[in-house]
Design a protein around this ligand. Structure first.
Ligand code: SF4
Length: 74
């Protein structure tokens, strides 16, 4: 188990708003008014289930980032 402070990040440029991540991991991924998903409560589910949500995204819009990493980078 890694102790690194990694958190999920949804790239809004890539997200197609299918809501699959929110179905798998609703406590973390919340659909926004713009139709895109956003990671709103990054610590509210297990790393394993967040990874399940990442793996279910059909366009690979979700990735891990370091807690303090600017969202724009990567
Ligand atoms: S699964 Fe991917 S494309 Fe679908 S809403 Fe989540 S981030 Fe967006």
């Amino acid at each position: 188990m890694s102790m690194a402070k990694k958190v999920p990040f949804v790239d809004p440029e890539t997200c197609i708003g299918c809501s699959a991540c929110s179905a798998v991991c609703p406590d973390v991924f919340e659909m926004q008014e713009d139709g895109k998903s956003k990671a709103v409560n990054e610590a509210s589910d297990s790393e394993e289930n967040i990874q399940n949500a990442i793996d279910t995204c059909p366009v690979q819009a979700i990735r891990w980032k370091q807690k303090n990493e600017p969202a724009e980078k990567g």
